[in-house]
Design a protein around this ligand. Structure first.
Ligand SMILES: [Cu+2]
Length: 579
């Protein structure tokens, strides 16, 4: 069983246990004896089963189980300890066990709420709040049912409630107040002064565009979605003038995966101010990385990218040979945008498909009718890629895969999520059952260039109630905090930095560090067994633990965030800062 499924199983069992205890309590209060006893038996069984799931989660990593071991387990033990013996005595008047059963229900519900609303890290304050809630609810229930709680119980309740109020700060105060992200931090590398060799102008404006045969409202660069494809050759100096005609939320250009100097990175409030309607901003950087990249607005990025403010950036090492096409996959107004048409391929022509996922969720790609190799991921060439047949690839949000093959004389087709994106003739469409390539075991290995790390950080991804803004929100959190309260990771120029990224939530988080490619060291404790993977976007699935590293060689203040942009918007953004 994967840790991801264990997390789901544990949650389901916890919900079942809490519901059954509460239901049993209500049934006994209503003198429904058989129902009460039946529900209590289910509750008892479910609560004891959690001993197995919590132990397994703790073995997978303390991050997955901390609050369950420290708070849920004692509360569950209390539930069983209080309700169990009274049930075994099975009194003539079933109403006599109502309060013990309700107590067990409150204890397990409170532990469940703690996991769902607070998550990681566990804190004494949060635990006390949970206990205070249980005591208060039990006392109220006892009064309502006419059972008088003893003087001792009332005293304990009072003490716990006061302690919870005094220390129960885990839910309401930042674990470590984050220093404000400076607007102008003086660390930005001076942008290059060289004469540009490639000039582009991108004008952002509202537009109506054709999305698969239907006109939809969009935000577009130069009236088109995707925006113009920007191409360059290694060594070119790009100068891109961004103008904003009427996008009220502001616009910037972020060069996704391109490790530009910090002041060209296009993150509003961090590296520049958002470009407002009527304003412009000129980006200039040298194209010294070959590969497949893309650009997109980073201002209100969730809405902005979804509405169409993105395009392709391809930097080639030299002249194009054969067929070299980009396939940016995007969903606009709920419909997939059509890919560029390739009607005909001459046999023997070398083909390079640059697949780009510009959505916020993973896509599954399958090339049918030919063997192919994955030549590059996230713009970086793989070492010793071997031919693959009838194999699908999963590309995370923001990620790019370059697939290469020599065109066969027979038809080939590309499928995205089972939908034909293009084909040169009839091919088998049964790609749904194909195995999926694991890039961590593909290609030829090479040693990791570092044996020691100057800085190590752990990012635990979760969800939690964030009460620090104007309105409470159910945030996507990192180490229990949400943007802007997540402390920045501070490194020095030249440091070799290691990150451990743990996903203890129920959803995939495509991780994206700006300004650096990270080298994958291991996933779930298994070292990379294939080509070195230098990634800028990688899916951390529920229950996964990724270890990645990079050399801090690009000074500045860099966003480090989930590229499911709705998650980034809902708190899952922090910053990497050079001291
Ligand atoms: Cu996410």
């Amino acid at each position: 069983m994967t840790t991801g499924s264990l997390l789901v199983a544990d949650l389901v069992i916890a919900v079942l246990a809490a519901a059954a205890w509460l239901g049993g309590g209500a049934a006994s209060a209503a003198r429904r004896r058989p129902l009460a006893l039946g529900l209590a038996a289910v509750a008892l069984l479910a609560t004891l089963t959690r001993a197995i799931t919590i132990t397994a989660l703790a073995r997978a990593g303390w991050w997955f189980a901390a609050e369950k071991v420290l708070i849920a387990a004692p509360l569950s033990l209390a539930a069983v300890g209080v309700a169990g013996p009274r049930l075994l005595r099975a009194p003539g008047d079933i109403r006599a066990v109502a309060v013990p059963l309700l107590f067990a229900g409150y204890a397990t519900s409170s532990a469940l709420l703690l996991t769902v609303l607070h998550g990681y890290p566990a804190s004494a304050g949060a635990g006390l709040l949970a206990v205070a809630g249980v005591v208060a609810a039990t006392v109220i229930s006892a009064r309502a049912l006419g059972a008088r709680p003893s003087r001792t119980v009332s005293r304990v309740a009072l003490v716990v409630a006061v302690a919870a109020l005094l220390t129960g700060t885990g839910l309401t105060v930042a674990p470590g107040a984050a220093p404000a992200v400076p607007h102008d931090h003086g660390l930005a590398a001076a942008r290059i002064a060289d004469e540009p060799t490639r000039r582009f102008t991108l004008t952002a404006a509202t537009a109506t565009v054709d999305a698969g045969g239907r006109n939809v409202a969009a935000w577009a660069f130069n009236g088109q979605v995707p925006g113009p494809e920007l191409t360059a050759t290694v060594g070119d100096v790009l100068e891109v003038t961004l103008r904003n005609r009427d996008i009220g939320r502001g616009v910037t250009l972020h060069w996704h995966g391109y490790d530009v100097p910090n002041d060209q990175d296009g993150v509003p409030g961090v590296t520049q101010a958002a470009v407002r309607p009527g304003q412009e901003f000129v980006y200039r950087f040298r194209a010294d990385q070959a590969g497949t990249y893309w650009y997109h607005t980073h201002s209100a990025s969730d809405v902005g990218v979804r509405m169409g403010l993105y395009g392709v950036l391809v930097v080639r090492p030299g002249p194009v040979t054969g067929l070299d096409v980009t396939v940016p996959v995007h969903t606009l107004a709920g419909r997939p945008l059509p890919a560029p048409r390739v009607e005909k391929l001459d046999a023997g022509v070398p083909v390079r498909l640059r697949l780009i996922n510009t959505d916020s969720t993973t896509h599954r790609y399958a090339v049918a009718g030919t063997a192919f190799r994955v030549a590059a991921i996230d713009g970086v060439d793989l070492r010793g890629p071997t031919p693959l047949v009838d194999t699908a690839v999963l590309i995370p949000a923001g990620g790019r895969y370059d697939l290469v093959f020599d065109a066969p004389a027979t038809p080939v087709a590309l499928f995205v999520d089972g939908r034909t994106v293009y084909s040169t003739g009839p091919v088998s469409t049964a790609t749904g059952a194909w195995p999926v390539l694991d890039p961590l075991g593909y290609g030829a290995t090479a040693p990791v260039p570092w044996s020691r790390f100057d800085k190590t950080f752990t990012l635990v991804l979760d969800r939690g109630l964030d009460l620090r803004g104007l309105l409470p929100r159910y945030a996507h959190t990192v180490n229990g905090a949400a943007d802007p309260d997540i402390p920045p990771q501070v490194v020095r120029l030249g440091d070799v930095v290691r990150f451990t990224i743990v996903n203890r939530s129920q959803v995939v988080h495509p991780w994206h560090l700006h300004g650096h490619h990270v080298l994958v060291l291991a996933r779930d404790g298994e070292p990379v067994a294939g080509s070195p993977l230098w990634l800028d976007s990688f899916d951390v699935r529920p229950g996964e633990v990724w270890e990645v590293a990079f050399r801090a060689d690009n000074p500045g203040m860099w966003a480090n965030h989930c590229h499911n942009l709705a998650h980034a918007d809902a708190g899952m953004t922090l910053h990497l800062m050079y001291s």
